[in-house]
Design a protein. Sequence first.
Length: 613
Amino acid sequence: MCGIVGYIGPHDATPIILNGLKRLEYRGYDSAGLAILNGDQLEVRKDAGKLSQLIDLLGKSPISGAPGIGHTRWATHGAPNARNAHPHLGQTKRVVVVQNGIVENFLELKDELMAEGVEFQSETDTETIVHLVEHYLATGLSLVEAARKTFNQIQGANVVVVMSADEPDKIVTARIGNAGGVVLGLGDGENFIASDIPAIMEHTRNVIFLESRQMAVVTCNTMTIEMLDGAQVKPQVHAVSWDPIAAEKGEYRHFMQKEIHEQARAVTDTLAGRVDFVNGRIRLPDLNLTAEFARQIEKIYITACGTAAYAGMVGKYLIEKIARVPVEVVIGSEFRYSDPILNDRTVVLAISQSGETADTLAAMEEGRRKGATLWSIVNAIGSQAIRVADGFISMQTGPEIGVASTKAFTAPLVDQYMLAILLADLRGVIDDRTRKALVADLRLIPDLVGRTLEREEEVAVVAHALKDIRDCLYLGRGINMPIAYEGALKLKEISYIHAEGYPAGEMKHGPIALIDEHMPVLCLAPKDPWREKMVSQIQQARARGGVVIAVATDGDELVEAMTDHVLWIPETPWMLSPVVTVLPLQLLAYHIAALRGLDVDQPRNLAKSVTVE
């Protein structure tokens, strides 16, 4: 989860930036670097590995000056090495850039720039940004206008910070979509930029949060905020509490709300170091998966509990559809009692946020006892589920404080999508064109997640209408059927409203008897292969007097005409649609619980990690 720190003021920027990056280490990273204006020259120091290696490098080759920008990086494009680490200098060595997120159209931009004679020094998408800025500067534009044109040209969810040796009195930054936060810290004759509050807490408690498609021009004494189209913005200055827990929440009321909004960044980070967008391939080195073993696999058992189990149900669709490997999903607490048929050609894949869930670990032990290969998808590095596995995929979402899991649900959806592509590739059951198309779709996901989360106010309006309900049915089909289960679970967990998820086609086999004017029905009806069937379910619920809420794709007038409320999502590749369709359900449950005055982050009777059977 990339970290950014920027400083402009009278003091030496190097220790300020290093200390800020240190406070962001909890986010995880695989390389680090900083750029400082030393006199009239930009100097960059960067290396793969931890901050300690960068500090050692600076001990051997120190730099001082101001302004400066620093970065810790999870690799998304290119290997985690010094060449690909941020910051990135342009060809003139007069402009430097750091970035969080994914530039969706970087291949097209790179081809255009190379045709103009630009020589790339790294494998990253970020380098296209610095070369674009230089391209516009060469036409006579100022740094601010060159940056603005660049920000408007790149596609995707991104945070970008730009600095130039030729205009040393300013740093320009922008938030494009919801790739991550931008916190501007107001000091006395100095100002700060960071991707999260802890990086600058010791320097100031007065901050501005950039919204999507806003850019800021930061000088020692001023901060000018504009929309990317040039419209002026009057920002709100927030006074951050001295309470470190409250400060960690930042602009959000609860950790759960913050973690919901961190999902665009979390999805980006779970792609980090694993996707080769140029060649359309997936790399999961910690899984220790060979082509020989991939071809030997006869069956995969996915085992997990609660939210993680619903993520596994989505994974079943993905792995069977893409890799053509049979998959069975077994609840962790039932696994060892079901006497599963396991051997050395079966895999037990455990999914767990904490990696310490007792029932899931017991399932893994059963798998080991019967000779299966053990894999895990886990958020907590170093946990038991990673230590006992033969291979693992780390979610890379960073800490999740809220008990009701959100970003640790969407991350394993993406992880299993990548696993399915890798398995298909190694087994030889997918052609190059299909594989490259599936990999290319991953570029879209952070932006689609960000655009969906920008609609929180619309979801809050629906929450107001539903806050006093006592029951709710959630219906889904196909790959979004597990999202109905997950949506119902979220509502139960934090609002204490009785809710049930069902396969929509099963309604006529009994549950439809429950539907009347007092039973809201939430239908997942995005534009996917099951949409027409879901339209039929909506009609049946409507005919029985139910209040119908739909999750639907932008512009679906038919669904809109048939329902009382619509939670809109952007059009999304259907195999990745669960990553997006679950988001309004998370927000809906959150706002209903908040309106009811409940403890969202620590709901009654629940624990973050269930370490007993």
